[in-house]
Design a protein around this ligand. Sequence first.
Ligand code: BDP
Length: 331
Amino acid sequence: MKRRDFLMLGAAATATGAFGGKAAFAQAKMVLKATDVHPTGYPTVEAVERMGKKLDAATQGRISIQMFPAMQLGGEKEMIEQAQVGALQIARISVGPMGPLVPEFNVFNLPFVFRDGAHMEKVIDGPIGDELLKKLSDHPTAGLIGLCYMNAGIRNVYNSKKPIEKVEDLKGLKIRMMGNPLFVDTMNSLGGNGVAMGFDQLINGMQTGVVDGAENNEPSYESGQHYRYAKYYSKTGHLMIPELLVFSKITWEKLSKDDQALLMKFSKEAQQEQRKLWYAREEESLKKMKEAGAVINEVADRKPFQDAVKPVWDKYGAQHKALIDRIEAVK
Ligand code: BDP
């Protein structure tokens, strides 16, 4: 039996046991399967584990979270699919791959859309953040409930060939991007060759030369040991994409209103708690990257990068002008 089939079977057993008949349901122990591409100790993983402890304590052990970190259940595409069918309950994913599903999320995926981290936090903490989570939860076929956001810093380009100081330096480089056409268009408009690929395929892609590098925040680059294959890390700062915590709608609909409210409450708290872990990890990762021999360079002038991605804004942003204006107005 393949590992995936085995996991599906496991979930089915849980569904008939823990989520079966209403009466049994009130008492039954419920173990929510959660997953993340990142390893134990990574801020998002830690935040969800802490949330699990709170749930456990608040329900006297009736509801708990079992974390499957480090891509144990596949990349984000697989995680989303498993949450949709109820084979897992909580997936911690990037807003990135949600753009094609809920087009408004692509506004968060636009290059250089947020002025800085404080701006991004204010947007996700406020009414715009809530509206987009609701759009996801209300989506007729997405099969997911949007619980909360988390921080994921700033994405910078890294590659095995040379430091990127000017837009022209990207020319000819094959750069892995997340699975959403917006990101491939972004890299192409910067002059590089964007290659859509799962995070779980990236190391192999760099080893075999299918790509010359990728782009991500410092903690992903460091914890994934990507510096071993792409030592030039250049502060292009082109994307600032929040993370998402999503819940399987199939399971959600079997929960009592009180349990749903409890999950929402702890998710909102996790959104705030994770960012403290995040900022500490960013610094720690930067230090580790340097020790590991990464060559880090600042990009003195980002304006040419911003100018180059204008076609991406026209293509993906034009239909969301009102939303973009509201985001820009958040001070
Ligand atoms: C990381 C996100 C993770 C994404 C990954 C990627 O935390 O959710 O899967 O980037 O590039 O920053 O795919």
